[in-house]
Write a protein that binds this ligand. Structure first.
Ligand SMILES: Cc1cc2nc3c(=O)[nH]c(=O)nc-3n(C[C@H](O)[C@H](O)[C@H](O)COP(=O)(O)OP(=O)(O)OC[C@H]3O[C@@H](n4cnc5c(N)ncnc54)[C@H](O)[C@@H]3O)c2cc1C
Length: 594
């Protein structure tokens, strides 16, 4: 049996300790799920895109129901309640396949994810029996109502109030929820309200209950085809049996469900990034300036390669984390009465990785859309070329599912909390590092490993990262929470370590197992690590500059530089080669699922 992989443990565990899930292992059945979802988007969604963007009455709801008929809404619903109960890797593949149009994928995600999963994980049997089969088919459409006009990131400051009726049969809800996806047509809302103005609690609210109404459609920058409205609750009578989970424990539902959304957002943005590579390559091959095709210019090549490197990174991390979750979930006995709780814990374990995927997925996708627009020049700015829609659509990813600022706070926050509780050996690893520094003995290059240099560079970067964390904890202790700029720098360091750890693992496995395009994977990992270790060093030095006394700083910087190793690589040449292959293949070709 595989060892228990703790969330965040990649920081302290040597790369290649565990085999990771990589897209090269997708089975034919998994690829079939991808093709089904992708086929649905191409055949059913694309032809009506303009009508969806014009918000034609009832159209998004009808297309979601059609997706339901084709089995695209039931991936995460237990078999017992008429779902497919797919493993997380397959569920991610399905998400990737269905994510080519953001208006549709956000609506679908709100229904299958944040809208339905609270009942999957926290509902009682009666609630599951009543709601989940109808969610699985799309007969009822779901939404998730947490945000309020005065409480977004600070969700627990919600003002919506729930008071028990005199006869004890209902909770009377009053309040306004803001920016609720699918609100225009949802049948069921997962609503968070404070019982007696204090105990934050989840409720299942049906649209037909008295006192439920919605505001006007918001006029948005992007994902225009999706519905976003206020949900207004005025003396809304919710039967007591519709309390979701435990009174006063609504935060557990709200935050755990967002974890799930963050993890899925990784795969959703991978789909968009792959589309951007294809659009960029197609355009760069067809447009000539100065008697040359655009792709013959170095700066354009660099943009396409960078887009590819980021897509490779997001894809690798998404499926690695999905695989880790599956391993943990497979260890739970399905007959265990506490199965759902343990399942939820297996997902929660990787909340650091989820936040990383949310940040990387949304920012890398934004970068890809931005550069694709640049490659298209003036045409990119014109509706006809689609890019402007992608550009507008992608921006929301950095805002919802917890803003990227909040996710950047969560990464070091959760890490330190787990270290304090001794759930991860961060503190004892710190002692090991002190020994290494004393002995001036750092991870050397394994000449027998094709990625030996990169592995040494990464392992040294981990030491550098930990030195930054140690300094910050020693200086600020419990007040570190107020040093947001440092926490952000640290979050980006931790992220970069996970990026490098993941791409080395994938490329190594592909090489070691003689899988297709091995050489290309190796070059990809070399480039990502080469740039990644520099980011780790620079961010950590920036942290130290903010914390260490001026007279002591040069010694600290010298120490870090003595540990640091960046393999020599002709990045420009390598990036040109990679771009030329992408131009030749005309797409992101590594994952052959379509
Ligand atoms: C199109 C769309 C769809 C949405 N769908 C849903 C939905 O279905 N259900 C739902 O419940 N919500 C939904 N939301 C709401 C969304 O989740 C919130 O907008 C988001 O959580 C941010 O909250 P806010 O808008 O109140 O911004 P604020 O919380 O006011 O934040 C404003 C800025 O301040 C930063 N900030 C806030 N707190 C801190 C801090 N402690 N440290 C540093 N920076 C901080 C934020 O990162 C952000 O940059 C949706 C929003 C949009 C636009």
């Amino acid at each position: 049996m595989a060892r228990n992989i703790k969330g965040g443990d990649f920081l302290m565990t040597p790369v290649l300790t565990d085999k990771i899930m990589i897209p090269e292992y997708f089975t034919d059945e998994q690829k079939m799920y991808y093709r089904t979802a992708r086929g649905f988007v191409e055949n059913e969604v694309f032809p009506i895109m303009d009508r969806l963007q014009a918000k034609e009455d009832g159209l998004m709801a009808s297309i979601l129901k059609k997706a339901g008929e084709q089995g695209l809404l039931m991936a995460d619903i237990p078999e017992k309640y008429d779902g497919l109960e797919l493993d997380k890797v397959t569920s991610m593949i399905l998400t990737e396949g269905s994510s080519l149009d953001s208006s549709f994928s956000v609506s679908l995600g709100a229904h299958t994810g944040i809208g339905s999963l609270p009942i999957v994980f926290f509902g009682n049997d009666e609630q599951k029996k009543k709601y989940l089969p109808k969610s699985a088919t799309g007969e009822w459409l779901f939404a998730y109502a947490l945000t309020e006009p005065d409480s977004g990131s600070d969700a627990l400051a919600a003002k919506t109030k729930a008071v028990l009726s005199e006869d004890g049969k209902y909770y009377i809800l009053n309040g306004v929820k803001q920016f609720i996806t699918n609100a225009g047509f949802a049948d069921i809302f997962i609503v968070f309200a404070k019982v007696d103005g204090e105990k934050f609690t989840g409720f299942i609210v049906e649209k037909t209950y008295d006192g439920v109404s919605t505001g006007a459609e918001e006029h948005k920058l992007g994902i225009i085809g999706s519905s976003t409205r206020q949900l207004i609750l005025e003396d809304c009578k919710v039967p007591v049996e519709n309390v979701l989970g435990v009174i006063g424990k609504g935060h557990k539902i709200a935050f755990n469900i967002l974890n799930f959304g963050r993890f899925k957002l990784g795969a959703a943005t991978v789909s968009g990034s792959k589309a951007m590579i294809q659009l960029s390559v197609e355009y760069a091959k067809s447009r000539k300036q100065f008697k040359k095709y655009l792709h013959e210019f170095g700066m354009i090549k660099e943009k396409i390669t960078n887009m590819y490197l980021k897509t490779y990174t997001s894809e690798t991390m998404s499926y690695r984390v999905a695989g880790m979750m599956d391993e943990e979930i497979h260890k739970i006995d399905k007959k265990d009465p506490d199965y759902t709780n343990k399942f939820m814990k297996a997902i929660e374990e990787y909340s650091i990785e989820d936040s990383i995927m949310k940040i990387i997925g949304s920012e890398y996708y934004d970068d890809a859309v931005n550069e694709t627009m640049q490659i298209h020049g003036g045409n990119g700015y014109i509706n006809e070329y689609q890019i402007e829609r992608y550009y507008r659509d992608s921006r929301i990813n950095r805002i919802f599912e917890g803003t990227n600022e909040i996710n950047r706070l969560l990464i070091p926050g959760v890490l330190l909390k787990r270290a304090m509780k001794n759930e991860i050996p961060l503190l004892s690893y710190g002692q090991e590092i002190t020994k290494m520094i004393k002995a001036k003995s750092y991870p050397e290059i394994d000449e027998n490993n094709i990625l030996g240099k990169e592995i040494s560079a990464l392992e040294r970067a981990k030491i550098i990262a930990l030195i930054g964390v140690q300094e910050a904890v020693m200086k600020y202790q419990m007040k570190l929470i107020d040093e947001q700029e440092l926490l952000k720098l640290n979050a980006d360091v931790v992220t970069e370590i996970f990026v490098m750890d993941s791409v080395i693992a994938r490329a190594f496995q592909v090489h070691n197992e003689n899988l297709k395009y091995s050489d290309f994977h190796i070059k990809t990992a070399q480039l990502i690590v080469n740039e990644g270790v520099e980011k780790v060093l620079n961010n950590t030095l920036e942290m130290l500059r903010a914390m260490v006394k001026e007279e002591k700083y040069p010694k600290k910087e010298a120490l870090l530089r003595s540990i640091y190793y960046r393999p020599f690589l002709r990045n420009i040449k390598l990036k040109r080669e990679i771009c030329d292959t992408l131009i030749d293949k005309e797409k992101y070709f590594l994952t052959e699922i379509n």
